[in-house]
Design a binder for this molecule. Structure first.
Ligand code: GDP
Length: 597
């Protein structure tokens, strides 16, 4: 560090790791922490609440010849421990992303996957600089692992065949980045990191390439974020809630990432809550106890104050309603009202639009709730209520009040169904959808709605009276009356049993009786299709008096059914049924133009 007074006011850049499931985010974080610890020096890393601080000295120890520590005056890197883009989008700070820089992990063999695309979208939207960790290079066939080495050294130790296979995969990823609108290249070829995304081939398993990743992150931060890292270390602390957790002896606590100023024990703070901002006084600031002291009963140690950037657990009264993703602000030398307004304004930016009708949405954080709301808006799914938190009995009660069946649903992103809500859900007519991927959650719901609509149409179709036009065949009277039994040919439509039948006299429908049986080649059937010849029994008429051989008869379609058929099921019925319906309606409407409308 060259300029000490200045360095004191530069905070650690906050780094988030994101990418598709199983591409190695957790492994990479573990490896970074593990390699830092095995660097051996005391204080190689500092465990924070929800984050790990890797000081510059440790990084330069790991990076060896890749780094000259005198080039840097930023103190190191603070990695957020919970990987994944939901936690990333949670991490807001004054409307932007809390993470100053991100690592997008991509499996070299798998390339871009749905969550990679989703992560890229978030990075683009928040304008967060990032590097791509092309992970799992060690899975390249014939790979000769070089544990912990810089990637180029490792590449030099590979066969031509292994190298060219890896290259092929890397260029695939560079191509996919380009398709996503980012010009990218292997990091050592990148001249201007503001224009191009650097791709770092590495393995979280063997740690080769990990020194390169840390070097690139450090360099990027130093070059492009130094100004943003300059903070007033004595200013009122500002942070973001990472998680709300019940802690024995403390009640509800908030795990917070502090990105500006300093938070002191006893400070009055304003925290974003479910309903109103919470104004409370800090009872304890807690940090994880160092590993060496793990024998003690207590998991945490109390600290008097904590400056940015850091992760800390805040214990204070009334934090039960605090929300992950919400702002935390120390009041210090301002008025409480002023700070409450600030917090309200920041929360208003994330407000989700709800309507009188729609589904219930629950998400783990404010950021993911916002992302859910955006996805649902695009899918034109209205939202009745949107909240941060696990699924509680109250949510089921609210979902049940939805007017439309398809809206009696809860979409839970990254949340659990609370134990005390399980039986409520079983007894309620409410469908629960849970997923860790937003677009899949929305898709699952859309598919459900489609299926529901199709099933509904099918039941309607089952119940609706189908139109039919049929003719009594000459010389096919088998019985005169009680019931009349005659042979008929269905001209168009579907002739169903138990329907009223009749004929048009002028434009007037004359009902002649009730169809009480259909036989096809001696067997009883429920219906006969156009073109078929069957014998039918009709209760009511007498052949030769009420009906005659050669007459054209119709199934009587009640007005309500005719309307449903014409307006809703026209596409579902067959062409000849449509034809029968058309003929029936035309005749009816000659007398009453508004019949069935
Ligand atoms: P996450 O879901 O992105 O956090 O992925 P994980 O870190 O849990 O990794 C998923 C799987 O990939 C695990 O079985 C890891 O052991 C494995 N894995 C992660 N990184 C590497 C790597 O660099 N090389 C190999 N061979 N396996 C890896």
């Amino acid at each position: 560090m060259t300029d000490h007074t200045h360095a004191d006011t530069l905070r650690t850049p906050i780094v988030a790791v994101l990418g598709h499931v199983d591409h190695g985010k957790t492994s990479l974080l573990d490896t970074i922490r593990g390699s830092a610890v095995s660097e051996g020096e005391a204080g190689a890393i500092t465990q924070h609440i929800g984050a790990t601080d890797i000081p510059l000295d440790t990084i330069s120890g790991m990076a060896g010849e890749l780094i000259d520590p005198s080039d840097f005056d930023l103190p190191g890197l603070l990695f957020i421990d919970t990987p994944g883009h939901h936690s990333f989008s949670t991490l807001r700070a004054r409307g932007g992303a809390l993470a100053d820089i991100a690592v997008l992990v991509v499996d070299v063999n798998d390339g871009f996957q749905p969550q990679t695309e989703e992560a890229i979208d978030i990075l683009r939207r928040t304008g967060t600089p990032f590097v791509v960790a092309a992970n799992k290079v060690d899975t390249t066939p014939g790979w000769n692992p070089q544990d912990g080495e810089p990637i180029q050294k490792s590449m030099d130790a590979q066969s031509e065949r292994a190298k060219s296979m890896l290259d092929e995969n890397l260029y695939e990823i560079i191509g996919q980045l380009s398709d996503a609108g980012f010009s990218a290249d292997l990091y050592w070829r990148v001249q201007d990191f503001q224009k191009n995304i650097g791709v770092v081939p590495l393995s979280a398993l063997t740690a080769e390439g990990v020194p390169d990743l840390l070097t690139v992150l450090m360099g990027l931060s130093q070059r492009f974020m130094k100004e943003e890292m300059a903070i007033d270390v004595t200013g009122p602390g500002e942070g973001t809630v990472l998680e709300v957790k019940d802690e024995r002896g403390f009640g509800a606590t908030v795990d917070t990432v502090v990105y500006d100023g300093v938070i002191r024990n006893g400070d009055t703070v304003v925290v974003g809550g479910q309903n109103e901002p919470i104004v409370t006084e800090i009872r304890a600031l807690l940090r994880p106890r160092p590993l060496a002291e793990i024998r003690t009963e207590k998991q945490f140690e109390k600290v008097g104050e904590i400056g940015a950037a850091a992760g800390v657990k805040i214990a204070a009264p009334d934090l039960d309603d605090a929300m992950a993703g919400a702002p935390v602000r120390v009041v210090r030398d301002r008025t409480v009202d002023q700070v409450v307004e600030e917090v309200k304004a920041e929360l208003a930016e994330i407000e989700v639009e709800t309507s009188e009708n729609g589904v219930v949405v629950k998400a783990d954080t404010l950021g993911s709730l916002e992302a859910m709301a955006n996805a649902l808006r695009e899918a034109e799914v209205p939202i009745l209520r949107a909240e941060v938190g696990d699924i509680a009995p109250r949510d089921i009660a609210v979902a049940e009040t939805a007017n439309q069946d398809e809206h009696k649903a809860i979409l839970g992103f990254n949340v659990d169904l609370l134990k005390n809500a399980e039986s409520d859900l079983e007894n309620a007519d409410v469908k629960l959808f849970k997923n860790e991927v937003i677009y899949q959650l929305v898709e699952d719901y859309e598919r459900y709605v489609e299926e529901k609509q199709r099933a509904q149409q099918e039941t309607v179709l089952d119940k609706v009276v189908r139109p039919a036009r049929f003719r009594i065949l000459p010389d096919h009277t088998f019985r005169q009356n009680d019931p009349a039994v005659v042979g008929v040919e269905v001209i168009s439509g579907t002739l169903q049993n138990n329907r009223n039948v009749g004929y048009f006299e002028g434009n007037e429908f004359e009902r002649v009786g009730d169809l009480s049986g259909i036989q096809k080649q001696g067997d009883d059937v429920d219906e006969a299709r156009a073109g078929e010849r069957v014998s039918i029994a009709i209760d009511g008429p007498t052949v030769g008096r009420d009906i005659e051989e050669g007459d054209t008869l119709w199934t009587e379609v009640p007005e309500k059914h005719a309307k449903i058929l014409e307006q809703e099921l026209k596409e579902e019925i067959t062409a000849d049924e449509r034809e029968a319906l058309q003929g029936y309606l035309e005749t009816r409407r000659k007398r009453d133009p508004f019949w069935g409308k």
